[in-house]
Write a protein that binds this ligand. Structure first.
Ligand code: GLN
Length: 487
């Protein structure tokens, strides 16, 4: 098909659909073809839903013909395999849920369906979203389309790699400590983690319930705004979703950032940061200044160095409670041939969970156990409050804060597998944002030896519009987000 080159954004594809220059069936066929072509190298997708996609595409074309379409109608997308899809296997890239077919849709899936979504598949991820490289998938690792010997980041590595590789026009991911932003940075796509409570978590398989959020991975900021318009909002089935009305997120994309105040927290320019990342950040910040923003370099968030420890107490604690449901009786994998109920439970977990998930469950149960609760969990919650207050104070002076998304470019597959702490460190810049419940976006700001570098823009709670506005203005003035890997 001549008009589709696997690099169309949502807004470009929508325009072509409206002008009847392309049909959703054609767009979908092109994506499925691209999937066939690149999946043997990238491995971003656990389940390709080609039949469903074609059926949805035909329906979308009918909607478009009848004049009843929305911005996402007929646009091929990929959903991270941690969100429940009715009738479609939802594995969390775990043996535990390898054959689990949910009887219901997550709220975000329901919303996208009513917007006329075409789902081409379910994206690979680190098992139960625990990881930073997608190497912890129980099925296969995903490869970075910019360099197939490197990781795409994680845990939404499948979503990010697929968007970068043109296998879908956009994708949904989830972010507990960086899992949308870090892979977006590693794959040179745009990824937004909304404010905690902005998007319903109903039907999102829980990892750490006080940190998890769903968000878009797209080719540019405009697309991000379009997806947010469709998925954000209160949901009576998620009591932590915020009862606030949803703005039209495209309205803030004015290109006007004169006088906006950007703070650069010094603790984020950490030791061990790759020099090329620092250089790219400085150039990007200078660009924002040139575009009219004022930049303050004197911001300090002194508790930042404790964020990693706080996260690795709180997230595993919540995970240990959430994952207790996988016991071999209710649903999912059950070990066959054990003698007693306890033995079944024991062996189910032994064989059903991968090493990283077991590590988190052990860390969490330990931190929550009587005698250690005060020393670890309670202390971590106190430091969490401090971290949050430091952000509040910084936001009294600044509209947004800007940091690198990750301290390095994508690392080699296998490089950090044997050293969990090194792996955890690739999220130092993103974890604190979840701890404080804030919104943040990662956008492409350059390359080091053809490997992507991302910049993170952090906003006040529910100020997604502010970060989208700044990110969009930056993209209007630069070309980084338009580069695509050669595959
Ligand atoms: N890499 C972090 C972890 O392993 C964050 C994961 C996430 O955001 N889901 O927990």
């Amino acid at each position: 098909m001549a008009t589709y080159n696997n690099q169309l954004t949502i807004h470009e594809a929508h325009k072509l659909l409206m002008e009847k220059k392309v049909s959703s069936v054609e767009l979908t066929e092109a994506c499925l073809e691209r999937i066939k072509q690149v999946e043997p190298h990238v491995s971003a997708i656990v389940t390709v839903t080609d039949e469903l996609a074609m059926e949805q595409a035909r329906r979308a074309d009918e909607l478009i013909a009848s004049g009843d379409s929305r911005p996402l109608t007929g646009i091929p997308t990929l959903i991270k395999d941690v969100m429940c899809t009715r009738g479609v296997r939802t594995t969390c890239s775990s043996k535990m849920l390898e054959n689990f077919v949910p009887p219901y849709d997550a709220t975000v899936v329901e919303k996208l369906n009513s917007a006329g979504m075409v789902m081409v598949g379910k994206a690979n991820m680190d098992e139960f979203a625990m990881g930073s490289s997608t190497e912890h998938s129980a099925f296969f690792p995903t490869h970075n389309p910019w360099d197939l010997s490197r990781v795409p980041g994680g845990s939404s590595g499948g979503s990010a790699a697929a968007v970068a590789a043109g296998e879908a026009v956009y994708a949904l991911g989830s972010d507990t400590g960086g899992s949308i932003r870090q892979p977006a940075g590693f794959c040179s796509v745009t990824g937004l983690k909304p404010t905690y409570g902005r998007v319903s978590r109903y039907g999102l398989v829980a990892f750490a319930s006080s940190l998890d959020q769903i968000g878009p991975l797209t080719q540019d900021v405009t697309d991000c705004a379009l997806v947010m318009n469709a998925i954000a909002g209160h949901d009576s089935r998620d009591s932590t979703s915020a009862p606030y009305s949803v703005p039209d997120y495209t309205q803030c994309l004015t290109g006007e950032i004169k006088g906006m105040k950007i703070g650069i927290p010094k603790e984020y320019f950490v030791e061990g940061m790759q020099p090329e990342v620092e250089t790219a950040m400085k150039v990007a910040i200078a660009k924002l200044e040139e575009l009219g923003a004022s930049v303050g370099w004197e911001v300090s968030l002194p508790s930042t160095p404790h964020a990693l420890a706080v996260y690795y107490i709180i997230a595993p604690s919540e995970a240990s409670a959430n994952l207790a449901r996988y016991d071999g009786t209710k649903y999912g994998f059950r070990y066959q041939g054990a003698e007693t109920m306890w033995d079944t439970m024991d062996k189910t977990r032994q064989h059903g969970f991968g090493a990283e998930v077991k590590r988190r469950i052990m860390l969490g149960t330990y931190a929550l156990s009587a005698g250690y609760y005060d020393a670890y969990y309670l202390k971590a919650q106190k430091v969490r409050t401090l971290i949050r207050r430091e952000f509040d104070a910084a936001f009294e002076k600044y509209d947004v804060l800007v940091t690198p998304t990750s301290p390095t470019v994508p690392f080699k597959i296998g490089e950090k597998l044997d050293d969990p702490v090194q792996m955890y460190l690739s999220d130092v810049c993103t974890l604190p944002i979840n701890i404080a419940g804030l919104p943040a976006i990662s956008i492409p700001v350059g390359f080091a030896d053809d490997l992507p570098i991302g910049m993170q823009i952090i906003g006040k709670p529910f100020a997604e519009e502010t970060i989208l506005k700044i990110a969009h203005t930056y993209q209007e003035a630069t070309e980084w987000h338009k580069r695509r890997p050669e595959l």
